[in-house]
Design a protein around this ligand. Sequence first.
Ligand code: SF4
Ligand code: FES
Length: 248
Amino acid sequence: MNLKLKIWRQKNAREAGKMVDYNISNVSPDMSFLEMLDVLNEELNNKGEDPVAFDHDCREGICGMCSLFINGEAHGPDRGVTTCQLHMRKFKDGDTIYIEPFRAKAFPVIKDLVVDRSSFDRIQQAGGFISVNTSGNTIDANAIPIKKHDADRSFDAATCIGCGACVASCKNASAMLFVSAKVSQFALLPQGKVEAHERVLNMVKKMDEEGFGNCTNTGACEVECPKGISLENIARMNREYLFASVKS
Ligand code: SF4
Ligand code: FES
């Protein structure tokens, strides 16, 4: 396949960026999207030009690093996949592909397609954990009975990989889907009950401090989420937040 790429190039956080055109030929439909960018970067390197900076790590849909906005959609036109799992067979010969970084005030661009998502780390640090007594009397986690329905819902929430596609897809740049997944993961389990009130209050406070927008129930986040995180987590977080606010 021969393709025209329009890629956001930005030297650093201070300088303005712009879309730059590149032509790429002999792209195999079996390549992943990131492999296609690897080929482009090899060509740029060979010409002595600055390669395109983009984030990646596992390249198998686990780490949440690959954060590209492709033709106006977070992680591109496929559903339930990350950018690294997107294949070039989803495009046609002669297509023009727009490639931009995830855009949100709380995700400032570092270079080209790489954004700083450490705001997510700070939200996690504000409450995305449980405390366990390790004095020698710790109960084995498997010895605590948990209803199958709750265990399944908790596991579903825990599949959030923190990629930020929900934020990039939201017209308000809201992080509610991400934060609600992290809150729900613990709220559904007995191990998460001890710090439940502080957790939801602290994580929502940090989310607001980091500059994420409010949720207006549009649902774009759920559509673009590569892990199928459900909006029902946002409803659960709102209930948890209300309860914790009344209790505190
Ligand atoms: S909720 Fe989905 S889109 Fe948002 S960070 Fe988690 S996995 Fe990514
Ligand atoms: S590189 Fe890890 S999820 Fe894409």
